[in-house]
Design a protein around this ligand. Structure first.
Ligand SMILES: *Cc1c(COP(=O)(O)O)cnc(C)c1O
Length: 393
C-alpha cells in the first residue's frame, strides 16, 4: 500500500492522463523519460547546486516559540517564504527547466492566474537564457500588474487569453493549443501537482526537497525525523505534496491539508474542494473538483489567489478519499487574522495562502508535546495591498 503514484500516474482511483490525441506525443515523450532523467547523477548535481546557490536552500526549519506558547504545542515553520522569488514555486520551475534542457527543448510555455507561477517560470528562463511565453487571462493581466511587470523585466512574453471568462482556465486552453502546435521544441511548465501524468508525480518529486530537508533538520532539533503532524495549504497542492512526500507512507505522521473556505464553505464563494468536490476530469487528470450537477466547473473563490482553484491534484484527492489526510477548510477572515497574528508574534508576514495553514490552531487542538510542522509556503509581500485593505492599515 502506497500513497505515491503508480506507474500509470494513479493515486488510488485518481490521476491518469486524459488528454486529446493531438497532445499525446508531447506528454508521452515526457512520461517515458522523466524518471530516468531525474535519476541521472549529472541532473541531481545541477538541480541541487541551483537549489543551494540560486534558490537559497536549505530553507530554515524555525521553532516558532511565541506562536507555540500561544497554542500550547510545539510548532515549527518550514521557511519556504525565504526562497528566491518568495515562495516554493521556484523549486519546481528550476527542476522543470533542467528537464526541458535534457529533452532538447529551447522554448518554454506556461499559464498563470495571479502571476506567481508565471514569475517563477520567467525567472528560470532568464537564468538559462531560454525563450519564455506566459499565457494569462486578459482580466488577470489587469488585476496583477506588478507580476506582469516582473515577467516583462525577466524577458518573458505575456500573451493575453481573450476567450471565455478571460482568466486562468482560458490561459490554460491557450497554452495547450500552443503545445499542440509546437511539439518538438517546446516544453510546457505546469506549476502545481495537477495536469496529466507525469506532471503531478514529477512536480511532487521536485518539491519533495521540502520534506527531505525537514527530516534532517528535525533530527538535529528534536532528535527525530518525523513530526507528529505536517500541515500545508492546498491550492493545486504542490507545496503540500512536497511537505508530505517523504511522510506519505509513514502512518506515524499525521497529514493535515488546509483548503480555502472563502466566505464560508456553503456560501457559493469558496474553494473548499474536498468538502464540495465531486469526481471529474480537469486539465487531463481525474480528481475531485467543484462542479454543477451537469458537470460544469464552478468558479472558485478565495481571498488568496494561490488557493483560488476549482480542483486539487490527484494525490490530494486520494489522501482525502482514503482518509489518510485530515482536511480542514479555513475562511478568508480566519486566514487574515492568523496572518496578522504571525506577524505580531514572530515578526514574519506570511503569504495569505500560508496564513490558511496557520489558522487551524484556533480550533484544531494538539497535545503539548506534539511536534507540528507547518509549511510556510510563501511571504506576504505580494499580498500587502490585500492586508492593507482588509485591516485598513
Ligand atoms: C501558488 C501558491 C500556493 C498554492 O499552490 P500549491 O500548488 O497548492 O502549493 C500556496 N502558497 C503560495 C505562497 C503560493 O504562491
Amino acid at each position: 500500500m502506497t500513497y505515491q503514484a503508480n506507474e500509470k500516474g494513479y493515486y488510488g482511483e485518481f490521476g491518469g492522463a486524459f488528454i486529446p490525441e493531438m497532445l499525446y506525443p508531447n506528454v508521452e515523450e515526457l512520461r517515458r523519460q522523466y524518471l530516468d532523467i531525474m535519476k541521472e547523477d549529472s541532473f541531481q548535481k545541477e538541480f541541487k547546486a541551483l537549489l543551494k546557490d540560486y534558490v537559497g536552500r536549505p530553507t530554515p526549519l524555525y521553532y516558532a516559540e511565541r506562536f507555540s506558547k500561544k497554542y500550547n504545542t510545539k510548532v515549527y515553520l518550514k521557511r519556504e517564504d525565504l526562497c528566491h522569488t518568495g515562495a516554493h514555486k521556484v523549486n519546481n520551475t528550476v527542476g522543470q527547466i533542467l528537464m526541458a534542457k535534457r529533452l532538447g527543448k529551447n522554448r518554454i510555455i506556461a499559464e498563470t492566474g495571479a502571476g506567481q507561477h508565471g514569475v517563477a517560470t520567467a525567472t528560470v528562463c532568464a537564468l538559462m537564457g531560454i525563450e519564455c511565453i506566459v499565457y494569462m487571462g486578459e482580466i488577470d493581466i489587469e488585476r496583477q500588474a506588478p507580476n506582469v511587470a516582473r515577467m516583462k523585466m525577466l524577458g518573458a512574453k505575456v500573451v493575453p487569453a481573450k476567450s471565455g471568462s478571460k482568466t486562468l482556465k482560458d490561459a490554460t486552453n491557450e497554452a495547450i493549443r500552443d503545445w499542440i502546435n509546437n511539439p518538438v521544441d517546446t516544453h510546457y511548465i505546469i506549476g502545481s501537482v495537477v495536469g496529466p501524468h507525469p506532471y503531478p508525480d514529477m512536480v511532487a518529486r521536485f518539491q519533495a526537497i521540502i520534506s527531505e530537508e525537514i527530516k534532517t533538520q528535525l533530527k538535529e532539533k528534536e532528535n527525530r525525523e518525523n513530526p507528529d503532524y505536517i500541515v500545508a495549504c492546498v491550492g493545486g497542492g504542490s507545496n503540500a505534496a512536497g511537505a508530505y512526500f517523504h511522510y506519505l507512507d509513514n502512518p506515524e505522521v499525521g497529514i493535515i491539508a488546509v483548503e480555502a473556505a472563502g466566505k464560508g464553505i456553503y456560501t457559493g464563494e469558496s474553494a473548499a474542494t474536498s468538502a464540495l468536490g465531486k469526481e471529474g476530469i480537469i486539465h487531463g487528470s481525474k480528481t475531485l473538483l467543484m462542479q454543477t450537477d451537469d458537470g460544469q466547473i464552478t468558479e472558485p473563490y478565495s481571498i488568496s489567489a494561490g488557493l483560488d482553484y476549482p480542483g486539487v491534484g490527484p494525490m490530494h484527492a486520494h489522501l482525502f478519499r482514503s482518509g489518510r489526510g485530515e482536511f480542514i477548510s479555513i475562511t478568508d477572515d480566519a486566514a487574515m487574522k492568523a496572518g496578522l497574528e504571525l506577524a505580531k508574534l514572530e515578526g514574519i508576514i506570511p503569504a495569505i495562502e500560508s496564513s490558511h495553514a496557520l489558522a487551524i490552531f484556533e480550533d484544531r487542538k494538539f497535545k503539548e508535546d506534539d511536534v507540528v510542522v507547518v509549511n510556510l509556503s510563501g511571504r506576504g509581500d505580494k499580498d500587502l495591498n490585500t492586508y492593507i485593505d482588509y485591516f485598513e492599515l
